[in-house]
Design a protein around this ligand. Structure first.
Ligand code: ADP
Ligand code: MG
Length: 698
């Protein structure tokens, strides 16, 4: 296959291919659209379409698709072939500028959360030229946005692009105030670290819960878990190594910068991190990565589990969203500068993030809210559902010094006075990383760690970009009309620290006492479940902020509210139904069969010698019999709770009922079944156990 350099990006219509296949004029015009967001001329689009088609056909492609990200959270594609009949009975391969720019898939089967009822049933897809087209299998995939005919975003890409624009606009205002007139564009960059589990296909097939819901709904604790800490960064097993090798090759061909791979904390858990890139491209790439992870696993007789909590009591999987903002000249705005003046600009951007995270804790929590991720947030390995920021000791000391007007005892002593020229000079953060913080500053970027492993990273970045744009807007409004820029700047930084320091927490986020302090003393929000969090997207302050930056319309916000809660309810109802089915048709019969064998053994023994005690058999039959009754009753209770939910009048009530009744019933049923598992002979138990699953791949 040659060296990586030879095949990296070989399936991508990237800048190299564009340069080689487009005329200078077409290339320059397309480049301007990509870099500066200028509108694309149809003539240019047509020339690009022809070059793209010829390139794709030369690589064996037969079809093209507008590849988009509907609100289901996964990607969608409808394939059309390039063929057009020619008069001589053959075909020619055709693809026009119009087909490249716009597609018209039927939108009616995608969730629209009410947008479809009010507006048009049809939707259209529109090319996002900033994300390169690529070939998957034999299909040319063109990354697109997906909207209703009324112009309402039915996807995740459209609001993400809008949020990037909002951030760009406000950040540029701030940079101008600092005298920077040359920067043309500010973009946010993301490097998402992706966690996942690998198990064998054979084991997976035997578990209806994994097949239908992506997680185990039953399973007693294995004798060995992660207590030995022997998996994290451990030697990668040959079968896993072969998988990772092929995965990397496939990702590299698609131009995805897969960089780091290692074993994670839990047995069978791994991580893949790409090099960070522009947010919308990182989002497309992460969706592709998740898809290819599953495809490659299948080729190796494995299944890649992307669920946040496939195994109770074992570390779940998250996604760390490393986020920063940079100018088109490559300056990272979250990197402390070399001079005090640069540091003043850095501190202002830092404060904008602190203020954004405190003001919009709820939106950040909502952006990662799914039924799956609820199991993780608040469990012992994930950040808690409470949002807080870790800054590290040095930065913390700097902020305290500014707040209190005291000398900063850092690398050099500086008396705090008003004015940017005396803001402290300090170096890049060198303190230890805090692994427990939901939102950690790591030197030149923030790491938002609340995302679930299966989440699209779009939502989190939409909220993050827009909330930071809002802080910057408030700052720019104030500073643009300040009489003395430096005084106003210093005051604003101080005010932000004073008003928002409650969100800064440098201690252990897993500590019970922190949750108490956060919620009782600091008044931070703690929305434990999706049902608790999501209704707050409709709070006036959130709707006002998101609409004022043009990121969502009010109708679009309402649609996200509906779809997120619908998804939560549907997911849990499917889990409940799967549990009931497994309990009634497999677990109870297995336990009863084992009890019968015990009873028979006891009877046979007594027939041989009536004085034999048979204490073990009798006692176990009794215990198993009590358990089967409990399981039977528990399954009936879950069934009834699911039925009662269907009577709910609106989706908010339904979600609350699911949270309070269905989930509670499910955990009771699980306890009884897991206990039965520990008492039933392995040969009778219908499923591979946790130990089987977690140690299945060698
Ligand atoms: P760790 O496991 O210590 O968090 P990793 O190396 O696994 O670190 O992942 C760090 C991620 O952060 C990578 O995806 C990397 O590309 C990304 N990253 C580094 N610098 C930036 C930056 N300026 N902006 C966004 N992401 C970044
Ligand atoms: Mg990390």
């Amino acid at each position: 296959m040659g060296t990586i350099k030879d095949y990296f990006g070989s399936q991508v219509f990237d800048d190299r291919v564009m340069k080689a296949t487009l005329s200078d004029q077409v290339y320059a015009s397309l480049k301007k659209t990509i870099d500066e967001g200028t509108e694309l001329d149809i003539g240019v689009a047509h020339a690009v379409a022809i070059a793209m088609k010829d390139w794709a056909v030369s690589k064996g492609a037969t079809h093209f698709t507008h590849w988009f990200q509907p609100l289901t959270g996964i990607t969608a594609e409808k394939h059309d072939s390039f063929i057009t009949p020619s008069p001589d009975g053959g075909v020619i391969m055709e693809f026009s500028g119009k087909e490249l720019i716009k597609g018209e898939p039927d939108a009616s089967s995608f969730p629209s959360g009410g947008l479809r009822a009010t507006f048009e049933a049809r939707g259209y897809t529109a090319w996002d030229p900033t994300s390169y087209a690529f070939i998957k299998g034999r299909t040319l995939c063109i990354p697109t946005a997906f909207c209703s005919y009324g112009g309402h975003a039915l996807d995740k890409k459209t609001p993400l692009l809008r949020s990037m624009e909002a951030l760009n606009k406000q950040a540029l205002r701030i940079l101008r105030l600092f005298g920077n007139d040359t920067v043309k564009r500010v973009t946010s960059s993301v490097g998402p670290e992706q966690e996942y589990f690998l198990i064998t296909k054979e084991m997976y097939e035997q578990r209806p819960d994994l097949r239908f819901t992506g997680r185990t709904l039953f399973g007693a604790k294995p004798p060995k878990g992660q207590e030995m800490d022997d998996h994290y960064f451990g030697v990668i097993k040959p079968r896993v190594a072969a998988y990772m090798e092929e995965l990397n090759d496939e990702l590299w061909k698609l131009g995805i910068l897969a960089k780091t791979e290692h074993n994670e904390v839990a047995p069978a858990q791994h991580e893949l991190a790409p090099i960070h890139t522009t947010t919308n491209i990182a989002t497309d790439h992460n969706q592709l990565t998740m898809e290819i992870m599953q495809k490659v696993a299948a080729k190796h007789g494995l299944v890649c589990l992307l669920h946040e909590k496939p195994f109770a009591g074992v570390n779940g999987s998250g996604k760390h969203n490393n986020w920063s903002i940079a100018t088109d000249s490559g300056q990272n705005l979250l990197s402390p500068g070399a001079t005090p003046y640069e540091n003043a600009q850095f501190l202002l951007f830092l404060c904008a993030v602190i203020k954004a995270v405190d003001d919009y804790q709820d939106l950040l929590r909502i952006s990662v809210a799914t039924a799956g991720n609820d199991h993780r947030l608040g469990a012992n390995e994930a950040p808690p559902a409470v949002v807080s920021i870790f800054l590290g000791d040095e930065l913390n000391a700097v902020l305290e010094a500014i707040e209190n007007n005291t000398p900063y005892e850092g690398t050099e002593k500086t008396q705090m006075k008003l004015g940017a020229d005396v803001l402290p000079k300090f170096n890049r953060d060198t303190t230890d990383r805090n692994r427990t913080s939901p939102f950690a500053f790591t030197g030149n970027k923030f790491e938002f760690r609340m995302l679930g492993s299966s989440n699209s990273i779009a939502c989190a970045n939409i909220m993050l970009n827009t909330a930071v744009a809002e802080s910057l807007r408030i700052y720019a409004d104030r500073l643009e009309c300040a009489e003395d820029f430096e005084t106003a700047l210093h005051e604003m930084i101080r005010k932000t620290i004073k008003d928002h320091k409650r969100i800064i927490f440098n201690g252990n986020g897993y500590d019970e006492s922190w949750i108490k302090e956060a919620t009782e003393r600091r008044g931070l929000l703690n929305y434990r479940t999706t049902a608790d969090a999501v209704p707050h997207i409709l709070d006036k302050k959130n709707v006002d902020m998101l609409t004022s930056h043009g990121v969502f319309t009010e109708a679009e916000i309402r649609s996200r509210y509906e779809i997120t809660l619908e998804n939560y309810c549907k997911t849990i109802v499917i889990e409940a139904n799967t549990m009931v089915d497994m309990a009634k048709t497999q677990i109870v019969p297995a336990v009863s069969a084992y009890a019968l064998e015990l009873a028979r053994t006891s009877a046979a023994k007594k027939a041989l010698d009536s004085t034999l005690a048979c204490g073990y058999e009798t006692d176990l039959v009794r215990q198993l019999s009590i358990l089967t009754d409990r399981i039977y009753a528990g399954a009936a209770a879950v069934e009834n709770s699911v039925l009662s939910v269907t009577a709910a009048e609106d989706i908010g009530t339904e979600a609350a009922l699911i949270r309070d009744k269905v989930l509670a019933g499910m955990s009771e049923l699980r306890v009884a079944c897991d206990e039965a598992e520990t008492l039933t002979a392995k040969s009778y138990w219908p499923y591979p156990t946790y130990a089987d699953l977690l140690f299945s791949v060698q």
